[in-house]
Design a protein around this ligand. Structure first.
Ligand SMILES: Cc1cc2nc3c(=O)[nH]c(=O)nc-3n(C[C@H](O)[C@H](O)[C@H](O)COP(=O)(O)OP(=O)(O)OC[C@H]3O[C@@H](n4cnc5c(N)ncnc54)[C@H](O)[C@@H]3O)c2cc1C
Length: 170
């Protein structure tokens, strides 16, 4: 059995972990993300202590378990009739045609951007994914920033408000 997983965030991660835990050990997983999957693997590794957890695997261990990472590879087409995807390596521009028995699409979502002028300014940021969150966190101790406006009062907005108020911002 060969499974292709598209998306290396929570949805993709849980899918790969579930395949690893529940499917026959010779199942091959080709795992694609347009971002850096190594970052995902290593970020999770920092946060989880259970040695049996797939999150602890090195790239070598992932390969040993037939889990192949295709980082910086954007899936640009799917042909369901042929059970194949086409992915473009964003570094080399090379196109890869890859075939699956099962396909899991976990391509998620982006932060909803407000359709108003100014959203492209440097200090207007969204909290989405590790890169975005780190960008916001870098501003926490920026002495030039005193007042912060947070748009959105869900748990992510509340988390941001908490972070900035603890750092002494208004
Ligand atoms: C600040 C913050 C804190 C959060 N904290 C929590 C928490 O504590 N607990 C919790 O349960 N949830 C939390 N969430 C929510 C959680 O992050 C989201 O629910 C989750 O990221 C959704 O995962 P996903 O895999 O569905 O999609 P996404 O995270 O959006 O990931 C989609 C992935 O697909 C990739 N992709 C998209 N298109 C393509 C393509 N064509 N080819 C290849 N790859 C592609 C993207 O690069 C991306 O990596 C938090 C979110 C934020 C922003």
């Amino acid at each position: 059995m060969k499974v292709i997983v598209i998306g290396g965030s929570h949805g993709g991660y849980e899918s790969v972990e579930t395949i690893y835990e529940t499917m026959p050990k010779n199942t091959v997983v080709n795992w694609y993300d347009q971002g850096d999957l190594d970052l995902v693997v290593n970020w999770s590794k920092e946060r989880v202590d259970d040695a049996k957890d797939v999150r602890h695997m090195t790239n070598e261990a992932l390969n040993k378990n037939h889990i192949n990472l295709f980082s910086l590879s954007k899936v640009i087409n799917i042909d369901a009739s042929k059970h194949c995807i086409i992915a473009k390596n964003l570094v080399t521009d090379e196109e890869i045609v890859d075939y699956y028995d099962k396909l899991i699409i976990a391509t998620g979502s982006d932060a909803n951007k407000l359709r108003i002028p100014g959203t492209n300014l440097d200090r207007v940021m969204t909290m989405r994914g590790k890169v975005g969150i780190n960008k916001v966190k870098q501003q926490l101790h920026n002495a030039q920033i005193k007042n912060v406006i947070i748009v959105g009062g869900g748990y992510i907005g509340i988390m941001a408000a908490n972070m900035f108020s603890q750092a002494g911002n208004r």
